[in-house]
Design a protein around this ligand. Sequence first.
Ligand code: CA2
Length: 145
Amino acid sequence: MTTKTIYVLNGPNLNLLGTREPEIYGHDTLDDIAGKLDDHARALGFEIDFRQSNHEGHLIDWLQEANADGAHAVLLNAAGYTHTSIAIHDAIKAISVPVIEVHLSNPHAREHFRHRSYVGKAAKATVAGLGAESYTLALDAAAKL
Ligand code: CA2
């Protein structure tokens, strides 16, 4: 039996995690989060495909790729594009693979411009505000879909 894949897609500036603003985003680097998720996914019987890009179009290409590859689910932290990207919203709407929106911080408890999420309007669910644990909990939920 082939192992099902859960894509974990990360947007702009998340490559800087662990270097600045630890009071908001925590001390883990993105590599730390990838390592934790990899172990957790294996324990759940899945594998993860973990990626980061600073480019909106890459995230859209990867959403389409996850769908075409028959991925089990996508965890998406679109970072700043969460609040601006109708193109990512449309990409999520255009695919059948379930997408779970993930955030380290709780955007609703922050500046007003972070309160609108175009990703959240298209995603199946949102996990936010729990630091790196947001990813782990989203993975648990995705595994049960
Ligand atoms: O809380 C989240 O996960 C966010 O998606 C992070 C985004 C932010 O624009 C969203 O509103 C919420 C920002 C990612 C930038 O990450 C940095 C990490 C270290 C230093 C500077 C930025």
